[in-house]
Design a binder for this molecule. Structure first.
Ligand code: NAD
Ligand code: ISE
Length: 338
């Protein structure tokens, strides 16, 4: 039984606590903390977990074997580094940290530790449909890939969402996904800016990212954060001999009042429900018996941060921004990209 402490009991923190408490096996949430002490006490009380005043206290708790970080992005570095110092495995929600420099400090700390402790929450790698897409690509049935078209549409975003976050918070999922899908790094990023959606207030919404893969595949990503009708994630790969796309995700069709329709998920919790379950169950299995995490690593978190920083720079400059990575430490060589 892996005993987990959760830092940050907001939206995704509570969702991961629910799955670790009521869905998955081999895991127990023994401690929680949040800067909002009221919400931490409420969540901890509900599941009978210890409620700590700080993340540092939670990481030091002998009843915590592994840490899950679900607080805001700018706080991730501190908690991931503290977990590495304590020698405890840490699952960190994306992004690993909000700057590439911070991600590199995490990589260096893990390399100094000597073995993998960190996994980053890039859950699309665990989604059944994305796994099928990758399987179809790898089997060669559509031939060599040329292009990928993606759309990442959020119904709405919170008031504190800033225009760069369309890249650093949302498109970062496609950035990680394409590295995994094509098994190669992103070479450069461009951002095109269409007419602004009137529902987006001051946000520049939507955006179109163009990712150039090292091998020449071009990926376009529409990022919309005020699409209103629901949460819609799309992907289609164009190959020399055919195409393969994410299919319709919903298992039911509703017919009423002369129309047939497919319900659209409200948000990421609904669309990626099973992906998060698989992601966490595989993480727990990997840790059981003292093993290392096998999912997205701190190197993946760093590589995604470099490409997302390039995207932010491309948004500001309007130009093509190359993605230049540090030398990859041996610790990660065998596994990245898959
Ligand atoms: P949220 O605002 O609902 O929750 C974050 C919680 O962290 C809040 O309760 C806040 O009080 C707490 N917090 C902030 N600073 C803290 C600190 N220093 N120590 C302890 N607690 C602190 O946000 P959310 O939507 O749950 O997002 C949290 C993280 O999860 C973000 O990094 C976000 O990018 C990521 N996320 C990932 C996915 C995914 O699909 N993988 C989806 C949503 C969010
Ligand atoms: C959110 O933080 C997530 O990670 C979701 O998966 C993503 O779709 C959304 O755009 C982000 O804001």
């Amino acid at each position: 039984m892996i005993r987990v402490g959760v830092i940050g009991t907001g939206m995704i923190g509570q969702d991961h606590i629910r799955r670790m408490t009521t869905v998955l096996s081999g895991v127990r949430v023994t401690a929680v903390t949040d800067v909002d002490a009221r919400v931490a006490a409420e969540v901890g009380g509900r599941i009978g977990a210890a409620v700590h005043a700080t993340g540092a206290e939670l990481i030091a708790d002998p009843q915590v074997d592994a840490v899950v970080v679900c607080s805001w992005g700018p706080t991730h570095e501190e908690y991931v580094l503290a977990s590495i110092t304590a020698g405890k495995p840490v699952f960190c929600e994306k992004p690993l940290a909000t700057t590439q420099e911070a991600c590199l400090r995490i990589v260096e700390a893990e390399v100094a530790h000597g073995n993998r402790l960190v996994q980053v929450g890039y859950m699309r790698r665990y989604d059944f449909a994305y796994r099928q897409l990758k399987h179809a690509l790898d089997s060669g049935q559509i031939g060599a890939p040329l292009l990928m078209h993606c759309a990442h549409r959020n119904a709405s975003v919170p008031g504190h969402f800033q225009k760069e976050m369309s890249i650093t918070d949302s498109a970062v999922h496609e950035i990680d996904m394409v590295r995994w899908m094509f098994g190669e790094e992103i070479a450069a990023v461009r951002v095109l800016v269409p007419r602004r959606n009137r529902h987006g207030g001051d946000l520049q919404d939507p955006l179109l990212l163009i990712l150039e893969m090292a091998g020449g595949v071009l990926v376009d990503v529409e990022i919309s954060v005020n699409i209103r009708y629901g949460y819609d994630i799309r992907g289609e790969i164009v190959g020399e001999d055919g195409t393969v796309a994410l299919g319709v995700q919903n298992p039911i069709e509703v017919r009423r009042e002369g129309r047939a329709g497919l319900p659209v998920p409200a948000d990421w919790r609904e669309r990626f429900l099973q992906a998060y379950d698989v992601e966490f169950q595989e993480w727990i299995h990997a840790l059981a018996g003292g093993g290392q995490p096998l999912g997205p690593s701190s190197w993946d978190g760093y590589a995604a941060a470099v490409a997302s920083d390039a995207g932010v720079e491309a948004l500001r400059s309007g130009g093509r921004v190359p993605v230049v990575l540090a030398e990859q430490p041996k610790l990660y060589v065998a596994e990245v990209p898959a």
